[in-house]
Design a protein around this ligand. Structure first.
Ligand code: HAX
Length: 441
C-alpha cells in the first residue's frame, strides 16, 4: 500500500470508530432548526452533511483543516525558489489533516506524474466536439469519458466488500487529479490554438506542468500564479454547489468520475464557478463601452448602475455564506501587488473593489456586498496571456477536484449513506401553516 493511502487508512479507521461511538451515544442531539425561508431559500445555513477537508466562516473565510490561506502560504512546502504553496501539499493536508513535509509533497508530485497518462479515447472524445464547444462542456465530457478506467466500478462489479470502497475511491481520486491538468490543457490548446498540443514536462510539479502545457507563458511567475490559484480554489466546505453536487452523486456509489462530473456541471453555472469568466467579460465590455482601458471611478460607478438597472448581477460580488471580502480575493490581490501592480487591468479590478460594495449595500437586499474569489482571478490570468476567458472555469475545476475528491474518499471511508433529504410541496406548507394556526387558536 502506498504511504499516503496507508496513513489515510489509519486515520480513517480511527475516525470511523469514533464517529460510530459518538452517534450511538449522542445521535439524537438536535443541532439546528430549519425555517420556511431556508426551505424556500436554497437551504442556507442548514447543517446537513459532514465535510472534513475545510470549513467556511462568514467573517474569516475558508480554513483548510483549521488553517487560513495566509497560514498555509507560510506552512505548506514550496517549489525550489518559489514563494507560493504547492497544491500537492494542500491535498495532503485536506486528506490527512496534517501539514506535509517537503518529502511528502515530492512524493505526491511524483505519484501524480506516474498516474498522469490519459487514456487515448478521451482525446478522441474531445476531438469530436466542435472547436467552439464551451470548455466546461468539454471538461465534463472528458471526465465522464475517463471513467471507463474507474477502479471503483471495476471492483464493484467484481463484488468488492463495503470496507474496500474507500480504497478504490482513493485510486480513482488520485488518477483523476493526476490526469486533469493534461485534459484541461488539451481542451485549451484544441479550442484556442488549433490543436497545437504541448507535451507534459515530468520534471515539473503538478501546477507548473499545467502552466507549461497551456503553452502561453513559460515564466517562473506564471507557474507561481498557477500554484497559488490551484491551491486557493480547491475547497470551500461541503455546501457549495460543486462540492455538494459531487457529494450527492457520489453518495449513490456512482464512481468518482461521475461524481466529479456532477460537481463540474454545477461549477459551470454563472452564480458559481462560471462567475470568473463573467467577471472579466463584464470588465472587458465596460472598457469597450467606455472606450478606455483606464476608466475613472465615476465611469465605473455609472456602469455598475447600468448593469443593475438591466436586471443583472455584478459578477464577482456577493456570496451565500461570506460576509467579508473573500480571503481568496485578498490572496490574489497580494499576489498582484507583488507581481503586477502597474498593470492597468489590475488597477481597474481594484477600483471596482472600491466602487461596487457601497452600491450593492445601498440596494438594501444584498447580504454580502464584498468581492468573492472570482472578482480577481481573471485579471491575473490575462496578465500572463491567458485571455480566453471561457477557459477560466476549467482552471477553477482542476483545482476544485482536489477538495471534492479528497472529501469523497472520506465519505466512502466513513461509510456515509445515500443522501436523501425531504422535499415538500407548497400545498403541504400551506396545510402545515394552517395546522399551526389552529393549534395556537
Ligand atoms: N449583484 C447584484 N445583486 C446581487 C448580487 C450581486 N453581485 N449578489 C446578490 N444580489 C441580489 C440577489 O440577486 C438577490 O436579489 P433578489 O432578491 O432580487 O433575487 C438579493 O441580492 C439577495 O441575495 P443574497 O442573499 O445576498 O445572495 P445569495 O446567497 O442568494 O446568492 C450569489 C449568492 C453568489 C449567487 C450572489 O451574490 C450573486 O449572484 N453574485 C454574483 C455572481 C457571483 O459572483 N457568483 C460567484 C460566487 C462565488 C462562487 O461560488 N464562486 O465560484
Amino acid at each position: 500500500m502506498d504511504p499516503l493511502k496507508a496513513k489515510f487508512q489509519e486515520k480513517a479507521l480511527a475516525a470511523f470508530t469514533e464517529m460510530r461511538a459518538m452517534l450511538k451515544e449522542k445521535g439524537d442531539t438536535v443541532v439546528g432548526d430549519v425555517n420556511l425561508k431556508q426551505v424556500f431559500g436554497g437551504m442556507r445555513g442548514v447543517k446537513s452533511m459532514v465535510w472534513e477537508t475545510s470549513q467556511l466562516d462568514p467573517i474569516d473565510g475558508i480554513r483548510f483543516r483549521g488553517y487560513s490561506i495566509p497560514e498555509l502560504k507560510e506552512l505548506l512546502p514550496k517549489a525550489p525558489g518559489g514563494k507560493e504553496p504547492l497544491p500537492e501539499g494542500l491535498f495532503h493536508l485536506m486528506l490527512l489533516g496534517e501539514v506535509p513535509t517537503e518529502e511528502d509533497v515530492k512524493w505526491i508530485s511524483k505519484e501524480w506524474q506516474r498516474r498522469s497518462a490519459v487514456p487515448p479515447h478521451v482525446f478522441k472524445v474531445l476531438d469530436s466536439f466542435p472547436q467552439d464547444a464551451h470548455p466546461m462542456t468539454q471538461l465534463s465530457a472528458a471526465i465522464v469519458a475517463m471513467g471507463t478506467e474507474s477502479v471503483f466500478s471495476r471492483r464493484y462489479a467484481e463484488g468488492m466488500s463495503k470496507t474496500e470502497y474507500w480504497d478504490a475511491t482513493y485510486e480513482d481520486a488520485m488518477n483523476l487529479i493526476a490526469r486533469l491538468p493534461r485534459v484541461a490543457a488539451y481542451i485549451y490548446r484544441r479550442t484556442f490554438h488549433d490543436g497545437d498540443h504541448i507535451q507534459p514536462d515530468v520534471s515539473l510539479d503538478w501546477a507548473a506542468n499545467f502552466a507549461h502545457m497551456l503553452g502561453i507563458n513559460d515564466s517562473a511567475d506564471f507557474k507561481s500564479l498557477m500554484r497559488l490559484y490551484l491551491t486557493i480554489h480547491a475547497d470551500h466546505e461541503g455546501g457549495n454547489a460543486s462540492a455538494h453536487a459531487t457529494h450527492l452523486s457520489g453518495s449513490t456509489l456512482s464512481n468518482a468520475y461521475y461524481a466529479l462530473a456532477s460537481g463540474m456541471n454545477a461549477l459551470a453555472g454563472p452564480l458559481h464557478g462560471l462567475a470568473n469568466q463573467e467577471v472579466i467579460k463584464w470588465v472587458f465590455s465596460m472598457l469597450e463601452v467606455l472606450g478606455t482601458d483606464t476608466p475613472t471611478k465615476k465611469q465605473i460607478e455609472d456602469y455598475v448602475h447600468n448593469t443593475l438597472n438591466a436586471g443583472k448581477v455584478i459578477p464577482g460580488y456577493g456570496h451565500a455564506v461570506l460576509r467579508q471580502p473573500d480571503p481568496r480575493f485578498v490572496a490574489q490581490r497580494t499576489f498582484a501587488e507583488e507581481y503586477m501592480k502597474d498593470d492597468p487591468l489590475i488597477k481597474v479590478v481594484w477600483d471596482i473593489f472600491d466602487v461596487v460594495p457601497p452600491i450593492l449595500q445601498s440596494l438594501g437586499k444584498v447580504k454580502n456586498p464584498w468581492p468573492n474569489v472570482d472578482a480577481h482571478s481573471g485579471a491575473l490570468l490575462v496578465h500572463y496571456g491567458l485571455k480566453e476567458y471561457s477557459f477560466y472555469t476549467v482552471v477553477f475545476g482542476v483545482s476544485r477536484a482536489m477538495g471534492v475528491l479528497a472529501a469523497l474518499v472520506w465519505s466512502r471511508a466513513l461509510g456515509f449513506p445515500l443522501e436523501r433529504p425531504k422535499s415538500v410541496t407548497i400545498k403541504w406548507v400551506k396545510e402545515y401553516l394552517a395546522k399551526q394556526e389552529e393549534s395556537v387558536a
